[in-house]
Design a protein around this ligand. Structure first.
Ligand SMILES: *[C@@H]1O[C@H](CO)[C@@H](O)[C@H](O)[C@H]1NC(C)=O
Length: 222
């Protein structure tokens, strides 16, 4: 009995040591070649994208002008993002990084959301942006970030960006993932297809059906 227990302890220690010394498993896998420009049209599905034949790779595969100008922020939230993730910028494939430009109208909100596969480094280019993120224990960290200042949001944690300045605001969000993903709880609750069962929503929010329907009506078309 005692020896099997110490055997078990040894196994646990080995597993713990392996986990502690392998933080790399939490990010995109490192590339095994100089480049692997995404073949976005490949029939084969892999975790990521297969590589275009090297002979067909051109200069523009490593170039993107997606961040040059801002998208329209003429919507109820006063926000819009342009994403240079792997599907818009094939040269990023296997490199474990991507970038998004977000424009905020005065008072605009990038509503609470999370990126399951990437930490986010926020660089404010223009204006004043309140960045906040929440932890698994519901602690809120927040800061007003100004031009050329940075804020970092750890992987997977829910966060928001609110324009608290007088004019427009612009920030770049850099990710340690080629495709960080985007989860928006408001949409994941009130705008799913098919709709989430009413009973789930009334019980979750301790609300009546009329109140839930009123919430849902705000997110039609998003
Ligand atoms: C975001 O900007 C693009 C480009 O200006 C525009 O086509 C799109 O409708 C905008 N989306 C929203 C939700 O405003």
């Amino acid at each position: 009995m005692a020896s099997s227990r110490s055997g078990m302890l040894k196994v646990l220690l080995v597993v713990a040591a392996a986990l502690a010394s392998a933080p790399g498993v939490l990010s995109d896998p490192p590339p095994l070649q100089d480049f692997c420009v995404a073949d976005l049209k490949a029939a084969t599905a892999v975790d990521g994208f297969p590589c275009k034949p090297a002979s067909t790779v051109v200069d523009d595969d490593f170039f993107s002008a997606a961040m040059v100008s801002g998208p329209s922020t003429d919507n109820p939230f006063g926000v819009n993002s342009t994403r240079a993730t792997v599907s818009a910028f094939p040269g990023l494939n296997t490199l474990g990084l991507s970038i998004t430009r977000t424009d905020l109208a005065p008072g605009g909100i990038n509503p609470p959301h999370s990126h399951p596969r990437g930490s986010e480094l926020v660089l404010v280019l223009k204006g004043e942006v309140m960045v906040g993120f929440t932890t698994a224990t519901n602690q809120l960290f927040s800061k007003v970030v100004k031009q050329n200042e940075l804020y970092v949001v750890p992987r997977g944690l829910q966060h928001y960006q609110l324009n608290v300045g007088k004019g427009d605001a612009v920030f770049m969000a850099m990710f340690d993932a080629q495709s960080p993903g985007l989860v928006v709880p408001t949409l994941g609750l009130f705008a799913t297809k098919p709709a989430m069962p009413m009973e789930v929503l009334t019980k979750t929010f301790l609300m009546g059906e009329d109140e839930v329907s009123a919430m849902k009506s705000k997110f039609v078309g998003f």
